[in-house]
Design a protein around this ligand. Structure first.
Ligand code: AVJ
Length: 342
């Protein structure tokens, strides 16, 4: 363990709780990110309908499959959002006079590079602090950022989003960045909880840049989540391999299939695993089990689609004022800039 002192990106009363395991990578003392999430998995699997938290999709193989999804011709999201940021990064950074960029989710994506590059160009200095539960992702971002932006200070935050953003010093002018329409994964309970916590963590000089996928013709939406190469299906069903590994379960991937559709009332893509034959699911280590009946569905992931204006109004109730709305020529995706109300 290196004896580095936690930097001033952390609030004074938080600083003593953050330690570095690798130079420039910080973690919260006592938070165990490696604990096996047995209860979180079992409680949702016993719910009706049975469902899973999207979080479990991203083991190593799942993360690779998601990278492959981003390159699919049908998956317009990544490409479209990247185009918006490439076109407007200059304007975004000019409109948000900050010292620090905190990104929720690591990755050293093309999208982030547009922002960092403008920060370096317009201000000649800055801090980049990605928050992620993957240490490998943070180390990769760190190596790349050091090389490309030596004038930008890197502080990786190895934590859950909420633990990470709540620790940021409120008087440090910060742009929080949450891209990729990851907010689409939040259900009706998680969504307000997340924004309440984020808004409470933001100081009076802070901004939020949010990527949100929009409602659009159903065919475009459904194709994006049911690609012809079957990569989305593999990504969704892989969660059961991960759960077998984490909990010693016996899900049989050969006896399930992928099904997804756009639910028009809830304005969300719902991604299911459907049992193609009955399976007796057992978790011997937890002394638990259930019958997964033929044709019964487990909801593995949702991806909500948004109306940009309504989303702006809704976030207003959390004290976030819309500053700018950036979109693509088709209006398929929105990148929204908000300012925290004083
Ligand atoms: C990472 C949540 C933005 O909802 O589009 C892609 C995940 N799942 N294809 C999305 C996903 C299946 C993705 N997000």
């Amino acid at each position: 363990m290196t004896q580095e002192t936690a930097p001033h990106i952390f609030a004074t009363d938080q600083r003593s709780h953050w330690q570095s395991a690798h130079r420039g990578i910080w973690f919260l003392q006592g938070s165990n990110l490696d604990a096996i999430p047995t209860l979180s998995i079992l409680t949702t699997l016993w719910d009706q309908p049975r469902w899973l938290e999207a979080y479990h999709l991203y083991d190593d193989h799942g993360s690779e499959l998601f990278e492959a999804i981003c390159d699919l011709p049908e998956y317009y999201l990544t490409r479209t959002e990247n185009g918006i940021l490439e076109t407007h990064a200059k304007h975004i950074i000019a409109a948000a006079p900050v010292e620090c960029i905190v990104e929720l989710g690591a990755g050293y994506s093309k999208k982030t590079i547009h922002l960092l590059s403008e920060q370096a160009h317009q201000r000649g200095a800055g801090i980049f602090a990605p928050i992620d539960v993957s240490i490998a992702g943070l180390l990769a971002s760190q190596a790349a950022a050091h090389k490309d932006f030596p004038q930008i200070d890197f502080h990786g935050i190895h934590a859950r989003y909420e633990d990470g953003f709540s620790a940021i010093e409120k008087s440090l002018p910060t742009l929080f960045v949450f891209l990729g329409s990851t907010i689409g994964n939040f259900n009706q309970t998680e969504f307000p909880r997340f924004f309440r916590a984020l808004a409470a963590a933001m100081g009076p000089n802070d901004y939020l840049l949010l990527g949100a996928d929009r409602v659009k013709p159903v065919k475009l939406l459904e194709d994006a989540y049911n690609d012809s190469r079957g990569i989305t299906a593999a990504f969704i069903l892989n969660v059961f391999r991960n759960i077998n590994r984490l909990l010693g379960g016996n899900f049989d991937l050969a006896k399930m299939r992928y099904h997804s559709w756009f639910n028009p009332e809830w304005q969300q893509i719902e991604m299911y695993a459907v049992a193609s034959a009955a399976q007796a699911i057992r978790f011997p280590e937890a002394n638990a089990g259930f019958q997964w009946l033929k044709d019964e569905r487990i909801l593995v992931e949702i991806s909500r689609k948004f109306d940009a204006n309504r989303l702006q109004e809704q976030l207003g109730f959390f004290g976030l004022t819309p500053v700018e709305h950036f979109t693509d020529p088709n209006q398929w995706f929105s990148v929204l800039l908000f300012r925290k109300q004083n």
